[in-house]
Ligand binder design. Structure first.
Ligand code: BG6
Length: 464
């Protein structure tokens, strides 16, 4: 009998997360039209690692039955993916694509038949190009189009899907597309970033409202990437810097979706600089009245912060970093492939923060994982990748999560990023995160890694 030191509660969700655009492939098939990713790749392929674009990704569109079978072989009792707006409603608004309805319906049915609870997300960085041409989230009309898309999904699939998510990491398109130039439309403009962030929250709240009104008996939430902010020291200036970073990067979404309002200090910072968004009063009411049932937390890395050391050039466009500096802690434990710090303990701090400051809201770890470049070199004689580092990574985080749960944190599950190697935006296939290897040069052949075999034991033992 296996000795289980860290036991999780009965019914704990074990699984993984992925997204439509990163796995389905078939970008120009089945009636789908381009999203911003197809367009950006077309006009600027050099900005994608090794020039590999989103056309084929991991071929889930054609291999989903095999993949769902592999999910059962890697211990999944639940799995998240997303419905691509550009596949379901190719023009963003208007006609619903019947081929897409059949595809998503079959995926959902297949999962349920195999005992895997479908968790469905509605937006994973993938704005339809037709909607971006109207200004994307800058434009209030796109909010209404998204709400129509969301409602269509609830009506089509809500009889079978009981866990819905409006957005994955909604702050990332704000950062990537409007501040730091790593997503299309590559704008650098803080005022627009605020408008985009605000309209995303409005779109989210309106989708929650629609879902609750339909009374389908499931739960709806959002998936946020929470990055606990640690000050360099207890010096009040460092502590304040970390507080401000937390306002911008965590609480700008966490507070409105869980409490129905923005932190007053964040509003004050923006007001002082004339950076508040344009607001329709009734939207404020919608945000207030439509908080989530369940929170997904993606956790990869902490943020370390120190007080600002140098003054900013007076003409520099405003950035959150005008109010704090990021701090590079000496001797950080790192995943050098990704350039991200590994700090397992932060998952505990995040969970305790939700317990103490967010009414102990039910949440689950909706992503956590380790991207590694050149994994082929870990292939063993039996032909599969021996990714023991990934197993250690998962264990390290689960230990801290287990401790937080022992102290009352309301965590319902753990989803790894990700089930099989997939296409990761501008990083393309650089870093592999999967429990299952995908050979993109050999008919997308799937091979379960050591971590995939271990994950099955983890789920069967409900711990390790
Ligand atoms: C998460 C996203 O933030 O990180 C995923 O939700 C993404 O879509 C994952 O693939 C890993 O990102 P990267 O940039 O390391 O490949």
């Amino acid at each position: 009998m296996t000795n289980v030191q860290y036991k999780f509660p009965e019914g704990f969700w074990w699984g993984s997360a992925a997204s439509g655009p990163q796995t389905e492939g078939a970008a120009n098939e089945g009636g789908r039209k381009p999203s911003i990713w197809d367009h950006w790749f077309q006009i600027d392929p050099d900005r994608f690692h090794n020039g590999v674009g989103p056309e084929h990704t991991s071929n889930f569109y054609y291999q989903y039955q095999e993949d769902i079978q592999l999910m059962t072989e890697t211990g999944h009792n639940s799995f998240r993916t997303s419905i691509q707006w550009s596949r379901l409603i190719p023009d963003g608004v208007g006609e619903v694509n019947q081929e897409a309805v059949e595809f998503y319906s079959s995926v959902i049915d297949e999962m349920i038949a195999k005992g895997i609870e479908p968790f469905i997300n509605l937006f994973h960085f993938d704005m339809p190009l037709s909607m971006q041409e109207k200004g994307g989230w800058e434009n209030r009309e796109v909010v209404d189009a998204y709400v129509f898309f969301a409602k269509t999904c609830f009506e089509l699939f809500g009889d079978r899907v009981k866990y819905w998510f409006t957005f994955n990491e909604p702050i990332v398109p704000v950062e990537g597309g409007y501040l730091y130039d790593f997503h299309y439309p590559n704008i650098v403009d803080f005022k627009k970033a605020v408008q985009v962030a605000y309209h995303t929250v409005v779109a989210h709240a309106k989708a929650v409202e629609e879902y609750h009104a339909l009374d389908l008996g499931g739960k709806i939430g959002i998936i946020l990437n929470l990055t606990p902010s640690y000050p360099r020291s207890q010096n009040p200036a460092d502590v304040k810097a970390a507080y401000i970073a937390d306002l911008f990067f965590n609480r700008s979404f966490l507070d409105p979706v869980t409490k129905g309002e923005y932190p007053a200090d964040l509003v004050a910072i923006l007001r002082e600089r004339d950076l508040l968004p344009e607001i329709v009063q009734e939207d404020i009411e919608t945000i207030k009245n439509n908080i989530i049932d369940l929170l997904g937390v993606n956790y990869y890395q902490p943020r370390r912060v120190k007080a600002k050391e140098y003054m900013v050039h007076p003409d520099a466009p405003f950035m959150p970093e005008h109010l704090f500096d990021n701090y590079v802690m000496p001797n950080r434990k790192m995943n050098h492939h990704r350039g991200w710090e590994i700090c397992e303990r932060a998952i505990y701090d995040m969970a305790i923060n939700l317990r103490d400051n967010y009414n102990n809201i039910p949440f689950f770890i909706s992503e956590n994982g380790m991207g590694v470049e050149g994994e082929e070199k870990f292939r063993n004689d039996e032909g599969f990748i021996e990714d023991s580092y990934r197993i250690e990574f998962i264990q390290g985080h689960l230990k801290w999560l287990h401790k937080a749960m022992g102290e009352g944190a309301n965590c319902l599950g753990y989803h790894l990023w990700t089930f099989m190697d997939n296409w990761s935006w501008a990083n393309s296939y650089k870093n592999r995160y999967g429990l299952v290897e995908v050979d993109i040069h050999n008919d997308f052949k799937r091979t379960v890694k050591k971590s995939g075999k271990w994950y099955k034991e983890l789920a069967e033992n409900n711990g390790f």
